[in-house]
Every structure is written in structure tokens, then in C-alpha cells.
Design a protein around this ligand. Structure first.
Ligand SMILES: [Mg+2]
Length: 231
């Protein structure tokens, strides 16, 4: 039965187009170094970065190791020694400025805000995520923004979700639904914390994990049908 009251939204590649922001930030990083960013370099970086984030989600490396080594590794692979920490700082600055919306995000939140309590649950650096949400104009739609850095835990860790729930008055997990693009962070994490889950699968990817979302959508506006009040 549909009796949702609390809707939790992931940010990156759910409401904000992180891929677009990332591409622009990478471009600016290379422009800064006066190196031509070829499709080969871009592809190499995306694969490497994806692998590092997977290791992070699985608890194999910590965030500092991830962010402070990735650009040193990247530039080294193409023959240049750079300081990983400085490059990360530059990249972070460029990324902070990226806040392109996923198609339909604003309209969706505008309509849902009337009927539900909306919350952000996002992994990442608190300052970055808050700034991007602010710049995108999405902040006013949310009752509260929960960033993993503030809690000390990140999705899918149940302690992150418990931190969130503790900050919502009279919260009941069985009245909560999480919407996100990551099967591990959002769907598995949300499900273990007692939420119903909606996988935003914009790219029609195959679900090769043993994680079963309650719902699956390919466009944000498909969420309306799921949230129709029961007769
Ligand atoms: Mg995401």
C-alpha cells in the first residue's frame, strides 16, 4: 500500500547531472595545465575513477586516498607528474560550480513538495553538495539536506540512515521512500535501513547485483505514478 510521507532523494545523477558537471570540471583542469583533453584521456579517467569509487563504496579505500591520488595517477599515465592534492583542490573548485539539473528534476520537486516531506541524502563533501544544491535552485524544496560528511558515515552504511532518521521528528521508516541511481548506496542502503526503494535507472542498465528495488523508473516523472494516492 502506498502511504509515503517522507521522500529521500540522492543528488548526483538523480537530481543533478553529475556526469555533465564532472566533464566540465575535467575540461577546465586540463585547460589549466594547457594539455589537450582527448577522448582517450577522458575514457581512461572515467574507468579509473569508477573503479576507485567502487572500492570506496565497498570500504576498501577511504575518501582521502581516493581524491588525493586520482589526478596524480591520471596525469602520470599520460607522462606528467603533478601534485595530486593540488589538482584535487582545483578540480573540486571547478566541480563546486557544476549544478546542471537532470531533466524534469525541478518540476518533479515542485509538485511533490505539496504532498510530501522531501529530504536530501547524499554522499560527498558537505560544502560542495550544499553549494551545488543552492546554485541549482533546489535547496528550498527540501526540509533538510543530509550529507554523509556531516554524519561521519556514508551510504550505504545503516549508521548514515540512522543519523538521518534521528533528525526527523516522529519519523517512521515504513512511511519512507528513497529515490536514487546507485543500487548499492541508495537501494541496498535504503532497503537495509527499512525504507522502500526506487531505482532511477536513466541509462537502462542491467541490474547485475543481488539488490532488488521496490520500484524502477527511467525518467523522473515516472515517480508520479508510484506516488499516486491509493483509492
Ligand atoms: Mg547518485
Amino acid at each position: 500500500m502506498n502511504h509515503y510521507k517522507y521522500l529521500f532523494f540522492d543528488v548526483d545523477n538523480t537530481l543533478l547531472d553529475f556526469n555533465a558537471a564532472e566533464e566540465l570540471a575535467l575540461q577546465r583542469l586540463f585547460d589549466d595545465q594547457h594539455i589537450n583533453l582527448t577522448t582517450e584521456i577522458e575514457r581512461y579517467y572515467k574507468e579509473m575513477n569508477k573503479g576507485l569509487w567502487r572500492d570506496f563504496e565497498n570500504g576498501k579505500i577511504d575518501r582521502d586516498e581516493l581524491v588525493n591520488t586520482r589526478f596524480a595517477k591520471l596525469f602520470k599515465a599520460f607522462g606528467r607528474d603533478v601534485d595530486g592534492v593540488t589538482m584535487e583542490q582545483n578540480y573540486r573548485r571547478f566541480l563546486n560550480e557544476g549544478h546542471q539539473l537532470v531533466s524534469g528534476a525541478r518540476q518533479l520537486l515542485l509538485r511533490l513538495k505539496e504532498r510530501f516531506d522531501l529530504y536530501i541524502v547524499t554522499n560527498g563533501v558537505a560544502e560542495t553538495q550544499r553549494k551545488r544544491l543552492q546554485d541549482s535552485g533546489l535547496t528550498p524544496f527540501f526540509k533538510q539536506i543530509f550529507v554523509s560528511e556531516d554524519s561521519g558515515y556514508h551510504k550505504p552504511d545503516p549508521r548514515f540512515f540512522h543519523y538521518v532518521f534521528k533528525h526527523i521528528p516522529c519519523f517512521r521508516a515504513d512511511h519512507g521512500l528513497i529515490v536514487g541511481d546507485s543500487l548499492i548506496s541508495d537501494i541496498q542502503g535504503g532497503s537495509h535501513a527499512g525504507l522502500k526503494t526506487c531505482w532511477f535507472n536513466a541509462k537502462h542498465q542491467n541490474n547485475e547485483l543481488d539488490v532488488k528495488p521496490n520500484y524502477e523508473i527511467h525518467k523522473l516523472d515516472e515517480l508520479y505514478a508510484i506516488l499516486q494516492p491509493n483509492e
